[in-house]
Design a protein around this ligand. Structure first.
Ligand SMILES: Nc1nc2c(ncn2[C@@H]2O[C@H](COP(=O)(O)OP(=O)(O)OP(=O)(O)O)[C@@H](O)[C@H]2O)c(=O)[nH]1
Ligand SMILES: Nc1nc2c(ncn2[C@@H]2O[C@H](COP(=O)(O)OP(=O)(O)OP(=O)(O)O)[C@@H](O)[C@H]2O)c(=O)[nH]1
Ligand SMILES: [Mg+2]
Ligand SMILES: [Mg+2]
Lengths: 276, 300
């Protein structure tokens, strides 16, 4: 796609294949194609290179959503939510390590009281990153673990408090109600909590990620997205439709399983990789 | 939940008495939309639509059926739906949900797949199912990387009252080999290797699986795929199959609303059967694969 080609049907077919195989999805692809056709009619787009640069700019504008950096608030309380296996626990470990390196005192709360060895898994990350750790009793109500954890974080003067939650499918009404209860408990523990709610999305997901965002956003206003497993072959294109619809920024990108494999989202870099 | 794509397709035939090229074309566009939203891979969608179009216009369309001895006309919408359903089921079959057992010595199931796809949980589900069928199952903790992975399998073993074989400071290849010796010694007849999640493009970790394969010759190499996976399903499935010659696929997390179009993509690109479906987080939530259920879900 980097050589300038004539704007013919073959090129447009190839472009459609690129968009769809990147998980951009048929609806968002149609929206983008409509804009391209308008540009072609207005003659503002006259060759393949201008199509690609148009797409890149359009996508950049959709993804470039403003957010408030809250790291210097004290306390800074955040919750991580998302479907099963998306990478929540691992992402928390990586983020904790970054904050600790910046001199912050970080507490991790083991809010997954359901899954086998979930508490042990987060405890390993606490040790690796140097963060403090709070867990409850086996099968304790997650809301009370989060409440107790935030209280402990406040009492012991932590700068940053991160709550892990168990994976759940957005279609499970009971578990989505549990999320709302977790949020209420967080607010009870501190009136401004949670300062950030991160939805963790596996970049290998297809169009289902849109449903995930819809329902998780209804349960707990999402302030940011973490796109994990971008070190794989998936392009994560579904995020375009998501950002366009819900106006939520991607804040971090997971690029591996190690403690340093998390970087701040770079929209320009992401867009270039998407259309390469 | 019927997708709007499929509903629109059926509506194309309102008031029509026959399937014609005029009413089929727009219906196929609606189906295309529906299948792409269901995460079926782009090229497979193309092939599917071509097959449906040929069938719909061909001699094979019987819009007259014998019902209670008299001839009845099937509405073109229903005929079209029938063709789509049949074509999709055909792509997902033939059905083979068998587990391979060897004549002499303990049989082996090797679980593998991308990170977080549900391998460890599904290991528990298979262990429960096969124990109830009379097997003596040994769980093998071959994931030495993920924090508390061995703990996770041990908790599952405790829940199901099954033994977990694990070894500290040992490579996964050696753990699996040693587990086979242990199984022979202690008269287990089925081992399930729970391996670490890995990217199909991770040469070193794929090499690890190849070595386990060479040394223990698993009778069942199952690729575990998250049903929410998108277009990447084909790259992953193709690479795992090329390097390891998988025996079957297990699709997980189908208790959600993922349409599961990846199932079709994975089947197409590997030509290997879908064996089981994961339907929840607890160990009773494993179903044997049936094409009809998944076909209507993918079509929407
Ligand atoms: N390659 C890669 N693997 C990742 C990344 N993030 C997480 N993982 C892996 O994905 C798997 C699941 O990660 P977890 O952190 O347990 O996911 P989770 O969302 O907490 O899972 P549940 O609590 O069970 O819902 C693990 O094997 C992680 O190592 C990433 O950015 N890249
Ligand atoms: N709802 C639902 N959740 C599932 C299903 N199968 C697995 N899970 C959940 O998905 C998450 C990941 O499952 P694991 O078994 O840890 O996945 P894994 O493939 O072993 O992960 P890695 O070893 O890190 O690659 C856990 O929260 C499981 O409870 C399923 O069929 N339905
Ligand atoms: Mg977790
Ligand atoms: Mg596992």
């Amino acid at each position: 796609f980097n050589e300038v080609k004539e704007l013919n049907d073959d090129f447009l077919d190839d472009l459609e294949e690129l968009l769809l195989t990147s998980d951009i999805g048929p609806k968002t692809a149609d929206v983008l194609f409509e804009k391209i056709k308008e540009g072609m009619d207005k003659k503002s787009i006259k060759d393949s290179a201008s199509v690609i640069s148009f797409l890149k700019q359009e996508t950049f504008d959709i993804l470039n959503i403003k957010f408030e950096e809250k790291i210097n608030k004290k306390p800074y309380i955040m919750l991580f939510i998302g479907v099963n296996g998306s990478g929540k626990t691992t992402t928390i470990g990586k983020l904790a390590s970054q904050y600790i390196k910046e001199g912050k005192k970080v507490l991790l709360i083991a809010g997954d009281t359901f899954r086998a060895a979930a508490v042990e898994q987060l405890e390993v990350w606490a040790k690796r990153s140097g963060a403090g750790f709070h867990s409850g009793k086996d099968k304790q109500d997650p809301s009370s673990v989060i409440y107790d954890g935030i209280k402990k974080g406040l009492d012991e003067n932590y700068d940053i408090i991160i709550g892990d939650t168990s994976g759940r499918l957005h279609t499970d009404k009971k578990l989505m109600e549990e999320l709302k209860k977790i949020k209420r408990s967080a607010v009870k523990a501190h009136k401004d909590a949670p300062h950030d709610v991160f939805l963790v999305l596996d970049s290998t997901n297809g169009q289902n990620a849109i449903h995930q965002t819809k329902y998780f956003n209804e349960a707990m206003d999402i302030t940011g997205i973490v796109l994990t497993k971008m070190d794989g072959t998936a392009k994560g294109g579904v995020i375009i439709g998501i950002s366009n619809t819900y106006n939520i920024p991607v804040r971090y990108v997971g690029i591996g399983e190690g403690i340093n494999d998390l970087k701040k989202m770079d929209v320009e870099e992401f867009v270039d990789a998407l259309y390469s | 939940v019927i997708s709007s794509g499929f509903k629109n397709a059926k509506n194309r035939f309102k008031g029509q008495s026959e399937l014609t090229i005029e009413n089929i074309k727009p219906a196929l566009r609606d189906i295309r939309q529906s299948l792409l939203e269901a995460d079926v891979e782009f090229k497979i969608v193309k092939k599917f639509l071509k097959n449906v179009e040929e069938k719909a216009l061909g001699e094979t369309v019987k819009t007259t059926i014998k019902h209670k001895g008299e001839k009845r006309k099937i509405k073109p919408a229903d005929a079209f739906v029938k063709i789509c359903q049949e074509e999709l089921e055909a792509l997902m079959g033939p059905v083979d949900t068998s587990i391979n057992y060897r004549e002499k010595g303990p049989s082996i199931i090797m679980m593998m797949g991308l990170q977080g796809s549900g391998k460890t949980t599904t290991t528990g589900k298979l262990a429960k199912m096969l124990t109830e069928e009379g097997k003596r199952v040994l769980l093998v903790a071959a994931d030495i990387y993920r924090p508390a992975a061995i703990d996770q399998l041990k908790v599952i073993g405790d829940t199901l009252d099954l033994k977990v074989f694990s070894e500290a400071n040992t490579s996964p290849q050696d753990i699996c080999s040693h587990a086979v010796n242990y199984a022979i010694e202690h008269k287990y007849n089925l081992l399930i290797f729970d391996t670490a999640g890995r990217l199909a493009i991770d040469d070193k970790l794929m090499g690890e699986l190849e070595e386990i394969d060479r040394r223990t010759k698993p009778d069942n190499k199952f690729l575990v795929i998250d049903s929410m996976i998108g277009q990447d399903a084909v790259h992953t499935a193709k690479e795992f199959n090329n390097r390891l010659e998988i025996d079957g696929v297990i699709l997980t997390k189908l208790d959600g609303d993922a349409r599961g179009g990846a199932a079709l993509s994975v089947k197409e690109v590997t030509q290997k059967p879908i064996k089981f479906l994961g339907m929840g987080e607890t160990f009773d939530k494993l179903e044997v694969f049936r094409p009809e259920g998944l076909a209507s879900r993918i079509l929407g």
